[in-house]
Design a protein around this ligand. Structure first.
Ligand SMILES: [Mn+2]
Length: 420
């Protein structure tokens, strides 16, 4: 006898992306499509590894989409096993979410871990057993993921049954944004046969053991090119077979247009139109466009009027949405590049202030790193003092700074401070 399931995640049902009704319907259709595949393949279970809903508060139409499809799956005997993701998770301590409602209605099995004295408890809330198969659902655990996996390894008894772990987490991905190292799962290899992940919207797999199917629709146009779909898994006494079935998200054109050859912002639309024309595929009706403008131009890049650009593209092609990212720069302008280690507010501020100093204090010696550094420091200190309402401190700081670095017009400002 074989057991089979379909594993999906990140459906983001109810998402009216860009405020478009079409996109709301797209996310609903993606869910209907995969439910239809589950029925065609006659699977026993449908696994949803988190982010079924796009957000915790949903409207009635979204709930209707969910109830209708789940009721149909229930009629055909397909059991739905789900966990919550970061998008649809109930607030800590409240077992209350629309996912919970669907569970109460008997439409899905929602697995949610419980904690006593800060430790994971393996009870029927998160461990569900059926003949030949069992499901452990940990949901989204954020920064606690590694710790909880360690606890699970200590608590979970070995079993003859095929064991599936459902988890909403990035494994060995986005490590600087809360991803979890593969090492966090060490020890579970003996206890778990299939790790059903969600969270990352493109497909990836690790060691024929960890599977992430990819969101069926594109939650962000930047997901263009990522593999998306669901896994069809069949378990027999000889082992498991896993097949990735691609979903059909709405087509996206990803255009990167280099404006370097242009002399006027008025030429931008034509260049973009030509670029889209060259790769236009009439089969991709109602597509979306992600348009990135790059290159160095001899005019102010902000003089490119994005609404006009969007209009020009939508007038010439049947597109439902165009998203423009203007990353073109003025010739000779310094580009601020932030590395991931600079992603805290103070460091970003420093980089921006430093750039402003170099641009706007041209009359001063902006090549002197000491001058720039002192300027950044004083600007940041002034901000802190201003937030604290310390006027005295601000005045004395300005005096000290102008004494050391001030010249000409700054000296003038200084004298007005002293007379005020
Ligand atoms: Mn998601």
């Amino acid at each position: 006898m074989s057991i089979s399931f379909l594993h999906c995640s990140d459906l983001h049902l109810g998402f009216s992306q860009f405020g478009l009704e079409e996109r709301f319907l797209d996310f609903g259709r993606a869910f209907q499509d995969l439910a239809r595949v589950a029925q065609e393949k006659q699977v026993h279970y449908l696994l949803i590894a988190g982010d079924f809903f796009n957000k915790r508060t949903i409207n009635s139409r979204t709930l209707s989409q969910a109830v209708q499809v789940f009721a149909e799956l229930k009629k055909t005997g397909i059991k739905v096993i789900a966990i919550e993701g970061n998008h649809d998770k109930a607030p800590y301590g409240e077992g209350d979410s629309w996912m919970h409602f669907l569970h109460e209605q008997g439409l899905i099995y929602l697995l949610q871990p419980e904690f006593t004295e800060g430790k994971l408890v393996l009870n029927e809330q998160c461990l569900l057993e059926f003949p030949g198969i069992r499901f452990v659902g940990l949901g989204y655990l954020g920064s606690m993921t590694a710790k909880r996996l360690q606890e699970l390894q200590e608590l979970l008894a070995p079993s003859e049954k095929f064991t599936v772990l459902l988890l909403h987490a990035a494994i060995d991905q986005l490590l600087h944004l809360g991803g979890v190292e593969r090492e966090a799962l060490v020890g579970l290899e003996e206890l778990v046969d299939y790790v059903a992940l969600g969270h990352i919207h493109g497909r990836y797999e690790l060691e024929d053991w960890i599977y992430n199917p990819g969101a069926p629709e594109s939650w962000d146009l930047g997901e263009v090119g990522k593999e998306k779909g669901y896994y069809h898994v069949v378990i027999t006494p000889d082992g498991k077979t896993v097949e990735h079935l691609p979903s059909s998200p709405r087509p996206i054109y990803n255009l990167q247009v280099d404006l370097s050859s242009l002399t006027s912002p008025l030429e931008v639309a034509d260049l973009c139109l030509g670029n889209l024309e060259s790769q236009w595929n009439p089969a991709k009706q109602g597509a979306m466009v992600r348009l990135e403008l790059i290159g160095e131009v001899p005019f102010n890049p902000l003089s490119i009027i994005q609404t006009e650009l969007v209009e020009a593209l939508q007038n010439s092609f049947p597109l439902i949405h165009v998203e423009v990212f203007n990353r073109a720069t003025l010739e000779g302008e310094r580009v601020i590049e932030l590395t991931s280690s600079q992603f805290n507010r103070q460091q970003i501020e420093s980089v921006v202030l430093e750039d402003l100093m170099r641009r706007n204090f041209a009359a001063y010696d902006v090549e002197d790193p000491e001058f720039v550094e002192a300027g950044v420091e004083v600007a940041q200190a002034l901000k802190e003092l201003s937030v604290a309402g310390d006027q005295e401190g601000m005045l004395s700081l300005i005096k000290t700074w102008t004494k050391k670095w001030g010249r000409g017009e700054v000296g003038h400002a200084n004298s007005s401070i002293e007379t005020d």
